[in-house]
Design a protein around this ligand. Structure first.
Ligand code: CP
Ligand code: NVA
Length: 306
């Protein structure tokens, strides 16, 4: 049975731990110059309907490093953009490709493709979730802190796709998560309910608060993302006003646990959700975080394709 990775709970806690171990090994092998062409002869489709720098490059390079071929597609250049149905497209993809990586708007679109495809489908971001990001962020936390269990992450900002994947990811892995967001920009209620149910099993503590200073108390990791996600450009001005006071600056960072690290999935809007002082400062791990996308996504592909 083929498996997909559309949301973090598609993997069990043990499977996530295993993927992170594989990612760390692949990273080490790469630094040592040891090739690992484990997907030789395979072809992976990459369908991107939204902009991307990190995800697109890290998947394409990762596919190459695993000895496979990346077939880069965009929605407006394939017949699906002219009305060919998603199920028909998924069936055709399955006859040529060994897996599909997709970034798009509606999460349901990815679910529909995955349902009709005989090949694994990997979610490279939808309006609802960004699971590959959070899995690779976990690798960064393990590298820097040696563990996930009991680590406290403070997510400051929009209750968006990244926040949703953090809620599910932390709940699965026993990470304590405090989300601070302005009124009206909270995470989706159903996602919060699902995360709370998962947290009961893992022992993670989850909270949604209004005040960023409350969220960062005793935090080991401060995390943020843009206030204006792709597809929300017309809300830019309203959002900038609503998110005033939600910037990770030195004053806010100073309220976290001493030695806390600062993470951002990028792209950053310097001066909005994070100041340059913090992003370029000693607590920031954003470049390691970006690099780890490559290693973790390679591990995800091996898990689903081997
Ligand atoms: N963090 C992230 O997904 O970046 P891109 O949008 O550049 O892929
Ligand atoms: N929340 C952002 C993440 C970008 C990587 C967006 O969806 O645009």
């Amino acid at each position: 049975m083929k498996r997909d990775f559309l949301r973090i709970p598609d993997f069990s806690r043990d499977e996530v731990a295993g993927i992170l171990e594989t990612a760390a090994r692949l990273k080490k092998e790469r630094k040592e110059g040891k090739p690992h062409r484990l997907l030789e002869g395979k072809s992976v489709g990459m369908l991107f309907n939204k902009s991307s720098t990190r995800t697109r490059i890290s998947f394409e390079v990762g596919i190459y490093q695993l000895g496979a071929q990346a077939v880069v597609l965009s929605g407006d250049k394939i017949q699906m953009g002219r009305g060919e149905t998603r199920p028909d497209t998924a069936k055709v993809f399955s006859r040529y490709l060994d897996a599909l990586v997709i970034r798009t708007y509606a999460h349901e679109e990815v679910e529909e493709l995955a349902k009709s495809a005989d090949i694994p489908v990997i979610n490279a971001l939808t309006d609802m979730y960004h699971p590959c990001q959070i899995l690779s962020d976990m690798l960064t936390i393990v590298e820097k802190r040696g563990k996930l269990d009991g680590v406290k992450v403070a997510y400051i900002g929009d209750g968006n796709n990244v926040a949703h994947s953090w809620l599910l990811g932390s709940a699965l892995m026993g990470i304590n998560l405090s989300v601070a967001c302005p009124e009206g920009y909270e995470p989706d209620k159903q996602v919060v309910a699902e995360a709370n149910a998962l947290a009961e099993k893992s022992g993670a503590s989850l909270e949604i608060v209004r005040d960023p200073s409350v969220a960062v108390k005793d935090a080991d990791v401060l995390y943020t993302d843009t206030w204006v996600s792709m597809g929300q450009d017309e809300e830019t001005e309203t959002r900038r006003k609503a998110f005033a006071g939600f910037t990770i600056d030195s004053a806010l960072a100073g309220k976290a646990r001493p030695g806390a690290m600062v993470m951002h999935c990028l792209p950053a809007h310097r001066g909005e959700e994070i100041t340059s002082e913090v992003m370029d400062g000693p607590a920031s791990v954003v470049w390691d975080q970006a690099e780890n996308r490559l290693h973790t996504q390679k591990a995800i592909m091996l898990k689903l394709l081997l």
